[in-house]
Design a protein around this ligand. Sequence first.
Ligand code: GDP
Ligand code: MG
Length: 696
Amino acid sequence: MARKIENLRNIGIIAHIDAGKTTLTERMLYYCGATHRMGDVDKGTTTTDDDPEEQERGITIYSACVTMSWSDVVINLIDTPGHVDFTAEVERSLRVLDGGVVVFSAREGVEAQSETVWRQADRYGVPRIAFINKMDREGASFYGTLEQIMERLTSAPDSAQPLVLQIPIGAGPPHQEDAFRGVIDLITMKKLVFEAESRGSEIEVSDIPDELREQADQWRSKLLEQIYEYSDELMLLGLEEAPIPEKLIRKVVRQATVHRYVIPVFCGSALDYAGVQPILDAVEAYLPSPLDVPPVEGEDPRKKDKTIRRKPDVKEPFCGLVFKILSSKHGDLSWVRVYSGKLKASTRVFNPGKKEKENAAQLWHIHASKKEEQVPEVEAGDIVGIIGLRHSVTGDTICETQHPILLESITFPETVISMAIEPESSGERKKLAETLEMMKRQDPTFRAIESEDTGQTLISGMGELHLEVIKHKLLRDFNLDVKVHNPRVSYRESVQKAVEVEGECHRQIGGEQLFAKVRLRMEPIEDATDPVTIGSAAGEEISPLMLAIVLEELKVIGEGGGIYGNPLMKIKVTVTGGELREGETTDVAMRIATSNAFDKALREAGMVLLEPIMRLEVTTPEEHLGDFIGDLQQRRAIITKTTNRGDMTVIEGEVPLASLFGYSSAMRGLSQGRATCAMEPLKYGPAPPEVADGMI
Ligand code: GDP
Ligand code: MG
């Protein structure tokens, strides 16, 4: 049966690694009755981290979608990864979810990765609630973390403001005098204690103890003051000092959250089963349903620049976005967010980007208990796993053939690091090719190109850890017998200066005289969307038909390598003119002249070798700051900022990837294991002359 759209919640849990995302997820699934076995990340038995690679590393790399039911709502939980090498994964889950639960550790506060992901969520306009976890830890501070959230995440004038809906009773481990014992709900004004024997299933609700009364009253007033402006009804009751119905408060908080004016804040200890049900209640009460988010926008593939909007309504034509592909025992499972209309199993759909018809053979919902359920149809707002799509990859739109729409594709940064691999036997070659093909479909940030010259395959990704994970998958999960070389930086080639050239074709092929001339301008550009931007400023001397051939040929050549075989980048090529001769200028002549002009231009413009630059953030105890700065300077880093966070210092900088190999272990060495770092591809910049010389 289709799920009711107003009762759907498509959410993700967003957190810095180790803040407790997996533990919170497990507890949520448990209370929703989805799992009967309580998972434990420390024993590697959780439901969502079912990839052995993830269990070993204890980090969630590949997101999956699990469904659970709570009260009247169905929650589709899209798992988001917590490691910065995989930010593209975070971005694509943010695209398809409607709301987020951000988990902070009450001990560590706002960490680097939470900040990165927070800004991404801002960019995608995702309404959020916050859960301050680990209240049972030594040194846990609810108010300290709250302050950090306000300072680092919500200080911009137009930013949503934290809205405290719970305050903790005590903080710290059980043996301490003022240990964390439960929470005060500021809407019901009750004390909630989560009974340990029942793993928090039993909640003891009682009156607020006298010693906390004043504090609770203060926070309650603050809560109301913060939301008066969003409701006249509430304001009037407040002015009259009349009792305010809980239902009204919830309604106003919901509106303010959905509009991103506020971020409701909760606290607890996921590990100790404390404070989890209120989070589920809050997901239901405050986070948006698919009806609360604006209609999705796309382009009409038949008429460029015409925008089409689709409401989350079953009466609209069907459209959806593929956001993830996983292999399952039934075949590739394509995860799709359905934005409009409905989709029935065994129907034809259209992929407008690839201009391919697809067969949505089977539709699946995956429940957390690992019970897969095949469904006959899905409706707008829902998320579904489709078996049968053959051409669609992550980021593609699928839609009704009669009503095509092209949603904005998910963009992924350029790969920055690559590694050569080669099969140990020829028998292994085919299996390797197939496996890589499948992995490419599943992970769009990963590339693999086979080189016919060397028999090697070059695989590329977003960072050292990313390639490491891929390597383990090949060797361990797929048992492939392949030789793996050391990873190396992926360089790019650009040009130094603008040039104008003329290329020609003047020769006899098969007894036929061929002639054509093509003039091009080639120049370096920054900020382009394509690696090689192609345009035309040619006059009438080239017929439209021939011009189309030149442009097509340029596109193909542009995708090839530069003088030293590296992919091209930051180049603009403009066709400025040419010369055609009746009877002698054929397609082939045009192509030869174009290619000749392109080669000439590359040589005359001079090569610039570009190297990937990473954005790096190191968090270290202050006493090691000097060592880190010194070390980073030797790595050609540009340090952009250092800030203090409690007793830790955060160094931000831009560092060439080439000098970051093995940085994680060097960093541990410098800080006796106490520092952490995060990095992600930032841009391509000029490589030092030695590197370029080495290549020549
Ligand atoms: P993730 O990386 O965000 O998925 O975090 P995990 O759920 O894997 O938790 C990281 C570590 O913190 C594990 O050792 C958990 O047992 C621990 N942990 C999670 N939640 C809590 C909590 O509320 N209190 C305490 N003391 N430890 C927690
Ligand atoms: Mg995890």
